[in-house]
Structures are given as structure tokens and as C-alpha cells.
Design a protein around this ligand. Structure first.
Ligand code: GRF
Length: 204
């Protein structure tokens, strides 16, 4: 299954996905990496070194969200992409784009949805004083902002945790969870049902 990874950030999850996809058992092949950040993007160089085509689609060059999304869509079609992984992609995708790629977009979130959502997840967790946080991989849905959960990995919150130390451990969990979730979807074990809920293949 041909997969595109969309990034804006440091690319830790991207590296984990690329490493996983190289394993013989992987049903996913990373066929393309897109970043919306122009300039000197180290992660794109790493992807290129791994032999993966890379593209920069700079959102600042577009007048509207839909024009930006149309360009992303065109690049995805050019590479015959079948699944999209949002790995720290900081742009909100339009409804039309999500509708077209319904059930084909996976996102990683640095908290346990739906209890903690939105930005500043680590701050929210520390302020609330919860003892367990984690990460969530989910299908992106047009309507809900929580999406349909595919996989979560819990992370304990320590009394001396700061946003930085928590981020570090949650990122480690993300790098384990995202490749597993991708494999579940790419292999057909998990899909998005017509009711907008995650659907597991019978007998698994
Ligand atoms: C991750 O923590 C992810 O949950 C969030 O953005 C971050 C991306 O980090 N959506 P990286 O670029 O994979 O290092």
C-alpha cells in the first residue's frame, strides 16, 4: 500500500514510519513525503537519502486553504498514494479533502483522546494532574475533532515531569504506536466503517 507522510515539524514520527516500512512484514510503502515548510528541511533530506520522493508545498504561497489542499491532492494522485499519515502536520485540512480521502487519513495526537484534545496537550495534562497520558492514532473525520481511534499507548505521568520530559516519553510512545497503527490499516485489519467508527476485521 502506497503511503504519503505529511509533516511540518521535526520528523521523529516520520523516521519511525520509514524504518518500519522497510521491514519485510510491512504492508506499507512510504512513497512520498510532503512538508508544508519551505527552506532547509532536514527531514526531507533524510527521506530523500532513504530513496523516498519529497515535495514541499508551502501553504504561504496559496491564497486559500482549498487551493493548498488541491495542490496536496494533486501530488498525492501523481504518486498514486492510497493512505496518508499526518505526522505532526500542522495545517487543518478542508472538509472537501477529508471527504475525498475518507478512511484514508491517519493522524497522531500526543494525548489520550477524547479526554485531552486540542493544542498544548502536555500543559493540559500537567495542569489537570492526571497520572496517565499517552498518544492516539486515529482516522481523521470530517465532523468530529476526536476522529475514530485506531490505537492508543499509555504513558505514566511522573510527579517531577515537565512539559519537556513528558513530550520526550510521549514521542517515544508515538514512534511505537504509529507504525503499528499504519500496519493495521495497510494490512486491512482495521478500516473506517460507514458509520464513522473504527471497524476491526472479524477473527482478529
Ligand atoms: C507529535 O508529537 C504529534 O503528536 C504532533 O506533532 C508532533 C510531531 O512531532 N501532532 P515529529 O515531527 O514527529 O517529531
Amino acid at each position: 500500500v502506497k503511503v504519503a507522510v505529511l509533516i511540518s515539524g521535526t520528523g521523529t514520527n516520520l523516521a519511525a514510519l520509514i524504518a518500519y516500512a522497510k521491514e519485510p512484514a510491512s504492508c506499507a510503502q512510504i512513497a512520498l513525503v510532503i512538508s508544508n515548510k519551505s527552506g532547509d528541511v532536514e527531514e526531507l533530506r533524510n527521506a530523500a537519502r532513504a530513496g523516498i520522493p519529497t515535495r514541499v508545498v508551502d501553504h504561504k504561497l496559496f491564497g486559500s486553504r482549498s487551493e493548498f489542499d488541491c495542490t496536496i491532492d494533486r501530488v498525492l494522485e501523481e504518486f498514486s498514494v492510497e493512505l496518508i499519515c499526518l505526522a505532526g502536520f500542522m495545517r487543518i485540512l478542508s472538509s472537501a479533502f477529508i471527504r475525498k480521502w475518507n478512511g484514508k487519513i491517519l493522524n497522531i495526537c500526543p494525548s489520550l483522546l477524547p479526554s485531552v484534545k486540542g493544542g498544548h496537550a502536555y500543559k493540559q495534562v500537567l495542569q489537570a494532574g492526571v497520572k496517565v497520558t499517552g498518544c492516539t492514532v486515529h482516522f481523521v473525520l470530517e465532523e468530529a475533532n476526536t476522529g475514530a481511534i485506531i490505537l492508543q499507548e499509555p504513558v505514566s505521568v511522573n510527579t517531577d515531569d515537565t512539559e519537556e520530559t513528558l513530550l520526550e516519553r510521549v514521542k517515544e510512545a508515538e514512534c511505537r504506536a504509529f507504525p503499528i497503527a499504519l500496519q493495521l490499516v495497510a494490512s486491512g485489519v482495521v478500516r473506517l466503517g460507514a458509520d464513522g467508527k473504527t471497524c476491526w476485521k472479524q477473527g482478529t
